[in-house]
Design a protein around this ligand. Structure first.
Ligand code: FES
Length: 111
């Protein structure tokens, strides 16, 4: 797992807020759901809506476009949707928020 700093501590979104960041060449949404910080992909797999305008409800991230719901821990779409979103691990450290990325076998060869 490769950990990359995404935000300074003072940039972490407040409860209920969603912030878009660019980390490791990917655009992610950093979400504060009841003071738990979650990192997800930023675009909705349904039709590309941007989650930055979305909101959290009952442990799900709701897309603002057609209101599809995605579980904030598993990334799984609600029943009947048949889709999912990527959830990235987060680690709050002394100097800020880090997001973890799986390393592919080939990137380990080159680094
Ligand atoms: S684009 Fe997200 S629910 Fe349709």
């Amino acid at each position: 797992m490769k950990w990359i700093k995404a935000l300074q501590k003072n940039q972490i979104p407040g409860s209920g807020d969603i912030k878009t960041v660019e980390v490791n060449g990917k655009q992610l949404c950093i979400i504060n759901n009841e003071n738990k910080i979650i990192a997800t992909q930023s675009s909705c797999p349904h039709a590309g809506g941007h989650f930055s305008g979305g909101w959290c409800k009952n442990g799900n991230l709701i897309c603002p476009i057609h209101r599809y719901a995605y579980h904030l821990e598993t990334g799984r779409g609600a029943e009947g949707q048949g889709d999912y979103i990527n959830i990235y691990p987060t680690d709050l450290r002394e100097d800020g928020l880090y997001v973890g990325f799986e390393e592919s076998w080939w990137s380990k060869l080159w680094n």
